[in-house]
Design a protein around this ligand. Structure first.
Ligand SMILES: Nc1ncnc2c1ncn2[C@@H]1O[C@H](COP(=O)(O)OP(=O)(O)OP(=O)(O)O)[C@@H](O)[C@H]1O
Length: 251
């Protein structure tokens, strides 16, 4: 078996830049994410984290540089194109429809249809429920009522639904923006354990967080952004909180 260092990265960002007029939000930034690897992206407010993930996920067109998926250069005109290629970004708002079930959320905008009376196209609710059960089971996620509206669920459970949706559609790279922010400690642990599962399934995760404890609990490597440039990259096993904070603030 190849060691992670020998495998082709799932995602590589080479010298990526994004300028907004005179503002260099991202400048000549490079990083890789290998299969089964969690890479934390850290940086102070305004460091360029959101700009980077939006450039990777097709929201912004980069001003310069390259994005490679499994070694092949790609460009994404829209977030939809990035998603089709297996890059799923989970923003803090989770983009869930609160009044709908887990199954309906998994299939939001991509609903499976069946033919009633042999010709009438109707929503295939059964297929949605079966997929929801299977997908959430794979994530070792259990709630008493899978058909309840997701507004009934806790923050951690809702995060799990957003992750479940990405997993169902076979995202190979999950970009998670502050997934543990605004959660209580037990819920944070659940989300961390979900990320461990994504890793065990060979997916790549970019984990954005201000919480160093969470970063150290789940990541293999950390990449620090400062004022749009890469301020440092460390293996988690070879660094500590103090060093990361120094990289973030500079000086
Ligand atoms: N659409 C835009 N137009 C102009 N400047 C922008 C735009 N988006 C971001 N910026 C600027 O780019 C820089 C990086 O912002 P970005 O939102 O990427 O930082 P961040 O690291 O995500 O910060 P935070 O942790 O506060 O979300 C900031 O100086 C910001 O003001």
């Amino acid at each position: 078996m190849n060691s992670p260092a020998q495998t082709i990265p799932l995602l590589e960002v080479r010298n990526l830049s994004k300028h907004f007029g005179a503002v260099r939000a991202l400048n000549d930034f490079s990083m890789v994410v290998r299969p089964g690897e969690v890479v934390a992206l850290a940086g102070d407010n305004g460091a360029g984290k959101t700009t980077l993930i939006k450039a990777i996920s097709g929201v912004f067109q980069p001003t310069g540089g390259e994005i490679l998926l499994r070694g092949q250069p790609v460009t994404f005109a829209t977030p939809h194109e990035a998603r089709e290629k297996g890059i799923e970004t989970i923003y803090q708002d989770l983009a869930l429809a609160d009044n709908l079930s887990i199954g309906a959320n998994i299939f939001l905008g991509r609903e499976p249809m069946r033919k009633a009376f042999g010709f009438l196209p109707v929503l295939d609710r059964k297929a949605m429920a079966v997929a929801a059960k299977k997908t959430m089971g794979r994530l070792d996620f259990h709630v008493s009522r899978l058909d309840a509206p997701v507004s009934n669920f806790s923050g951690g459970q809702r995060q799990a639904v957003a992750i479940g949706r990405a997993v169902y559609w076979d995202a190979q790279i999950l970009i998670m923006d502050e997934p543990t922010a605004a959660l209580g400690v037990p819920e944070q642990r659940k989300v961390i354990s979900l990320i461990h599962q994504l890793k065990a399934q060979g997916r790549g995760v970019i984990f954005i967080s201000h919480n160093l404890q969470d970063i150290f609990a789940v990541s293999d490597r950390i990449v620090v952004l400062r004022r749009g440039v890469q301020a440092g990259e460390r293996k988690i096993s070879e660094t500590n909180h103090d060093e990361v904070v120094k990289l973030m603030v500079g000086g």
